[in-house]
Design a protein around this ligand. Structure first.
Ligand SMILES: Nc1ncnc2c1ncn2[C@@H]1O[C@H](COP(=O)(O)OP(=O)(O)O)[C@@H](O)[C@H]1O
Ligand SMILES: [Mg+2]
Length: 288
């Protein structure tokens, strides 16, 4: 199996810093997100994960450092322009329009693309991926369950034809069985070849999805681990501060060292070329 580092870098982040007045939320983070990779960033509440994503996607202006997408510098570029480039964020707590229908929330994901025949095709693809969104099409988003809302938020992100999807805490506030359903959906996107960056407090979920993990603490990356490698217990505990207890961490370490957990993320040469992905490729070509 090829490691992610054999693939070209899609998003390169160097020395990124974010400050809110005197609060230094991100303090010099560097990372490389490789094409077709699923990178996980774990860390406790307040570690700076959301701020990191905000600076990468252009929602906040970094105080220092640089971001590039496909070798093109995009530091300080507006979020909307980055969405057009295919750098798409599924925000923490979903941020849906509760009083609008499921379908209209999805269509908003394509807003920056303007009118485009591909939008309706993409809508069909997203509804095929998440049939529940087709079933609930005309329902107000606010009436969906937490898990369904997360599917909708991911679906809305897919509507802007991402080349990279950055998902901020997909499991937040969800019951374990629902977390599994969201994980399955992300796994499917992963299998279809979408490049993902997943930020999570739920280390177990991040480990199950990602083929490379970074642990963030107080604005810096303190540990990293490749697929199937075991993170040391201390690093996990650090990531878990404020999260569930130690026995669960031990469970994770066992599973990972058995090699059962991080596998299945990288599936080479899969026959099913994703419709989502070919949509993105098409757009890439057309926008050149
Ligand atoms: N808009 C903001 N204004 C001031 N401080 C903020 C703001 N957003 C986040 N912070 C602070 O920055 C730090 C990192 O927050 P955040 O990026 O949300 O971390 P995480 O997503 O890992 O929980 C925290 O100390 C938080 O209180
Ligand atoms: Mg956050």
């Amino acid at each position: 199996m090829k490691g992610p580092s054999d693939r070209p870098v899609l998003v390169q982040v160097d020395g990124l810093a974010v400050s809110y007045g005197a609060v230094r939320a991100v303090r010099g983070v560097s990372l490389a997100l490789h094409r077709d990779e699923c990178l996980g960033v774990v860390g406790a509440n307040g570690a700076g994960k959301t701020s990191l994503l905000a600076a990468i996607t252009g929602l906040v202006r970094p105080a220092a450092g640089s971001v590039s997408l496909d070798d093109e510098p995009i530091t300080g570029s507006k979020a909307e322009a980055n969405v057009r480039r295919g750098l798409v964020l599924v925000p923490e707590r979903r941020q849906l329009f509760a009083s609008m229908s499921v379908r209209d929330n999805l269509l908003l994901g394509s807003y920056v693309l303007g009118r485009d025949r591909r939008v309706l095709e993409q809508l069909e693809r997203v509804e095929a991926l998440f049939p529940i969104l087709a079933e609930r099409r005309d329902q107000r988003a606010g009436t969906l369950s937490g898990g369904e809302q997360q599917m909708l938020a991911i679906g809305r992100g897919l509507m802007s034809f991402p080349r990279v999807l950055m998902v901020d805490e997909p499991s937040l506030g969800l019951a374990p069985v629902v977390v599994d359903a969201v994980a399955d959906a992300l796994h499917e996107l992963r299998r279809q070849g979408l490049t993902l960056l997943i930020v999570e407090q739920n280390v177990r979920l991040a480990m199950a999805l990602a083929d490379h993990l970074l642990v963030m603490e107080q604005g810096v990356i303190v540990h990293e681990a490749g697929a199937g490698a075991s993170l040391d217990q201390e690093a996990l505990l650090a990531a878990y501060l404020g999260g569930p207890g130690t026995d669960r961490v031990e469970g994770v370490v066992e599973r990972v060292s058995e090699g059962s957990s991080a596998e299945g993320c990288v599936e080479e040469g899969g026959t099913s070329r994703s419709v989502l992905r070919s949509g993105a490729k098409e757009q890439e070509r057309e926008s050149r």
